[in-house]
Design a protein around this ligand. Structure first.
Ligand code: 13P
Ligand code: SF4
Length: 305
């Protein structure tokens, strides 16, 4: 039996012994996705984390996702196998800076993309993900101004789709920022019959060239139901693993081989095994932060302001 098979067998055994569930994001390494009990986008993972029976959640994704799981299930042990796996976009906004920003726009409703720290969420009115941002904006009365943070691209894309004016924060995803309209134009010339699906963290000029703007979970459902046999995929490369696995008869063409989020690749099978053995590193948050950050996440899940 080879090394990886042994690791996988050990992880499966430890999972039972420790009463643990493994949750993974669609961008993590393929073999980590394959050993997980549930793989999804940010919204699907939040909903799942809210209703797990197991005592331990091993979260394979970036820090803000593991924090969200802890906020929604504070009584569980939530383990994030590699603490250093953060989201550079989430690091572009912090609570003190938001407090100063809000002083300039005191009457605005603050909408925060889940790609943000727990302490930032503690300061906002409602959260959103890339799959529900338009619905969340739709909950806000027309006469209220909106601060949207931290992703200026998602903000601009949602502002266009909803026709609402939004005050945008200067944050972005470095991985999606690297995807340029010219890259997509070239792929479209090469594959003229392909349907283009793009993540709303892409620049608006990239989305202009796409057929559909979708979260990672939205991409997976779209791929399952479409008649198209060729799809150009404008998002992080990790998604290709599941797209191809679930749709072996279709061809998925990444917009660029450069679309790699380094921190999403930091958790390896070895880390998952060690985490299950030691039940560390645990996600720990101040009880006050948990209470304050939970409110905007629950408002998002329940779609009420
Ligand atoms: P999704 O919610 O679409 O999975 O996006 C998460 C993310 O980090 C995208 O970069
Ligand atoms: Fe953050 Fe971008 Fe990586 Fe998603 S792909 S985790 S937004 S840096």
């Amino acid at each position: 039996v080879d090394y990886v098979d042994t690791l996988i067998a050990d992880i499966r055994r430890l999972k039972k012994e420790k009463n643990a569930i493994i949750l993974a994001h669609n961008y993590v390494l393929g073999d980590v996705q394959d050993v997980a009990d549930f793989v999804g986008d940010s919204l699907e993972l939040s909903k799942k984390a809210r209703q797990v029976d197991e005592e331990v959640i091993v979260f394979c994704g970036v820090s803000f996702m593991a924090e969200t799981a802890k906020i929604l299930s504070p009584e569980k042990k939530v383990i994030h196998p590699v603490t250093a796996a953060g989201c550079p976009m989430a690091d572009m906004a912090d609570a003190p800076a938001l407090r100063r920003f809000k002083q300039d726009h005191p009457d605005a409703v603050t909408v925060c993309y889940v790609n943000s720290s727990a302490s930032l969420k503690a300061e906002v009115d409602i959260c959103c993900t890339s799959s529900n941002a338009e619905e969340i904006i739709g909950l806000i009365p027309e006469d209220r101004r909106i601060i949207f943070l931290p992703d200026k691209n998602l903000g601009a894309n949602v502002a266009r789709a909803t026709g609402r004016q939004m005050i945008l924060w200067e944050g972005f995803c470095p991985t999606h920022m690297r995807l340029r309209p010219a890259m997509l134009e070239r792929k479209k010339e090469e594959f003229p019959h392909a349907v283009v699906i793009a993540h709303p963290e892409c620049r608006p000029e990239v989305l202009d060239l796409a057929d559909y703007s979708l979260s990672t979970g939205g991409m997976l459902s779209f791929a399952r139901s479409t008649e198209a046999k060729q799809l150009i995929v404008a998002t992080e490369l990790g998604i290709i693993h599941r797209l191809q696995k679930e749709n072996p008869d279709k061809q998925f063409i990444p917009i660029s081989e450069q679309a790699v989020c380094m921190t999403m690749k930091m958790i390896e099978l070895e880390d998952v095994k060690r985490s299950l053995e030691t039940l560390t590193p645990k996600v720990e948050l101040e009880p006050d932060i948990i209470t304050q950050a939970k409110a905007p996440i629950v408002r998002m899940i329940e779609q009420r302001l």
